[in-house]
Ligand binder design. Structure first.
Ligand code: NAP
Length: 544
């Protein structure tokens, strides 16, 4: 991938796509194929989005490669050879670059440019988009493919400016980060922290892991992909992809439809063991009611807690690593390789910053409320993201009447189907809040959104329609459906990024649609079959 600045050859396009991750790349390919002029602006210097930025040691996808990949091209699907069950970040990035080359995407992407403003021009019926490089682009349609876990959440600790060591965030890991032999600290024990810790432990002289909340993590059981298995999947790909699209989670791994309470203890443990051995997210599908019924959930949680106790030598450390106070799965479950056993190493220490919170940084390290100073050369922030809304509202997006998206979503993000929000005509949020996105296989979610938007744009071309946006009523109704789907699960019980609890001041609203991807897809299809029900074409709207 060349990273030379590709100058903007045109400043008026049909569609401007922001972000050259897997959503933006497919949007570019699909829409160009339908005859639209498309330009993509990308702040990084290469394609891949999340998989471009998250280069921390141990970064690896926690969904299986054979499922976490494009399905739109049968040839691509057959040609690309995944090597492992869970692909590493370099493998995901290589895949992104292969796709970009194969479909000749790069000439239409401007790299190294961040979109800073986007204002809807009501008279012109178009978006005027500005960048940090001073470009101004006019587009009829604006597709925000900016990712839902891409706007880093970076805490500011008192005294940070005095710290003589280096501070890095896992979500934008500099490749020249030195670790070998150093005193390293990690703040955060979510998916990123749990992945990076065993790898840092291999290289650091001393590693302190600052844990505020322990999370449930399932062993990945990663392995190389056997040629016979690969051949079998490739032979059955169309059928398997369709099965995933119509499933609850976007995966072909079935959910056991029995209740955990309907079987005796021996059978229940046999099932849990079976799923544990399978590895990864499949564990939550051990029984039908693990994510919905408190008692079924408690039994599953207890099983995982016993696995943690068995993996950790020191009983006090083990108890600290056992999650408490939230149902298993209600915070996004982590998938790990050797995380808990890392704490058996003599140079690795777990620091309980729930008991003694971080009070700030000193010149030499990090200080906690019990007065202890933890000397550090490198502080790794695995502190997550302003999920599902952050990457959208960090751009100064202004819809009708100059209202910003941030203002509109001040009391919680409201969308229709996660695709559009009233008052922002011709603006699309790929896998936006209100869509199942983060609760399923992101590739299938992105492909479905891009295909849906592409069909809509073709429909508008045929109708001669200038603008499209949802009604306020449809948006309110959909917000209600999203909330009700969440209430049928245990998810809202936890303080998690699903509800915005990790970002100070963010309104507590359950953001993803938890009704299942198969159902969501059917709803989107029905909306189209009903003539794009509750979408209004052209500009005869009264909106917020
Ligand atoms: P995260 O799950 O939000 O975890 C952030 C961690 O930082 C939490 O442990 C949090 O503690 C801690 N933290 C934040 N601010 C802190 C502070 N001031 N003091 C102490 N602790 C602090 O973020 P993430 O691990 O980056 O994961 C986010 C999502 O990205 C995942 O859930 C997953 O969907 C995705 N992801 C996927 C992969 C993969 O495919 N393998 C890898 C990484 C990430 P509290 O919980 O107490 O707030």
């Amino acid at each position: 991938m060349g990273d030379e600045a590709r100058g903007l050859s045109e400043d008026v396009v049909d569609v401007l796509v922001v972000g050259a991750g897997f959503g933006g790349m497919y949007a570019l390919h699909k829409l160009r194929g339908l005859g639209f002029s498309v330009r993509v602006l990308e702040r990084g210097h290469g394609v891949g989005g999340t998989w471009y930025w998250n280069r921390y040691p141990g970064a690896r996808c926690d969904i299986e490669s054979l499922e976490y990949s494009y399905s739109f091209s049968a040839e691509l699907q057959q040609d690309w050879e995944w090597t492992q069950r869970y692909p590493t970040q370099p493998e995901m990035r290589a895949y992104a670059e292969h796709v970009a080359d194969r479909f000749d995407l790069c000439p239409h992407i401007t790299f190294g440019v961040a979109v800073t403003t986007a204002a809807y021009d009501e008279d012109g019926g178009c978006w005027r988009v500005g960048t940090d490089a001073g470009d101004l682009i006019t587009a009829r349609f604006l597709v925000l493919a900016t990712g839902v876990l891409s706007a880093a959440s970076v805490p500011q600790f008192p005294g940070q400016e005095r710290f003589r060591g280096r501070i890095v965030h896992t979500g934008s890991w500099p490749e020249d980060t030195e670790v070998d032999g150093l005193r390293v600290g990690v703040v955060g024990t979510g998916s990123s922290g749990i992945q990076v810790v065993p790898h840092l432990a291999e290289r650091a002289g001393h590693l302190s892991v600052f844990q505020r909340t322990a999370n449930y993590s399932i062993s990945a059981a990663n392995q190389p992909l056997a040629p016979a298995y690969l051949r079998d999947v490739k032979a059955r790909y169309p059928e398997l992809r369709e099965q995933a699209r119509r499933s609850f989670t976007g995966s072909t791994v079935p959910i056991n439809r029995q209740s955990a309470l309907a079987v005796d203890e021996e059978e229940r443990n046999r099932r849990f063991e079976e799923r544990w051995a399978l590895g990864g997210f499949a564990f939550l599908g051990s029984f039908d009611d693990v994510t919905r019924d408190p008692e079924a959930n408690r039994l599953a949680a207890r099983f995982v807690e016993d696995k943690i106790r068995a993996a950790v030598d020191d009983p006090a450390t083990a108890e600290l690593l056992v999650p408490a106070g939230h149902p298993i799965g209600s915070r996004r479950i982590c998938v790990d390789t050797g995380y808990h056993a890392t704490f058996n190493l003599p140079h690795v220490r777990l620091v309980d910053v729930r008991r003694a919170p971080i009070t700030g940084l000193t010149e030499a390290g990090l200080r906690t409320a019990d007065g202890e100073e933890h000397p550090l050369h490198l502080l790794v922030l695995a502190t997550g993201f302003d999920a599902m809304t952050g990457s959208f509202v960090r751009i100064d997006v202004r819809g009708r009447g100059g209202v910003t998206l941030r203002e509109k979503w001040a009391d919680g993000a409201r969308t229709y189907l996660g695709l559009q929000t009233a008052g922002f005509p011709n603006l699309f949020t790929l896998t936006g809040p209100g869509s199942p996105a983060v609760l399923c296989n992101m590739f299938l979610a992105l492909e479905q959104h891009v295909d849906w938007v592409a069909d809509l744009l073709v429909e508008m071309r045929e109708r001669g329609a200038r603008t499209v946006e949802p009604t306020v009523d449809a948006e309110q109704d959909w917000s209600g459906q999203v909330a009700r789907a969440a209430e049928r699960t245990l998810y809202p019980q936890a303080d998690s990024w699903y509800v915005g609890a990790n970002v100070p001041g963010k309104p507590r609203v359950f953001l993803p649609y938890a009704g299942g991807v198969g159902k969501y897809r059917r709803i989107c299809e029905q909306v189209v079959a009903d003539g794009y029900r509750a979408f209004v074409f052209d500009a005869d709207l009264t909106v917020v």
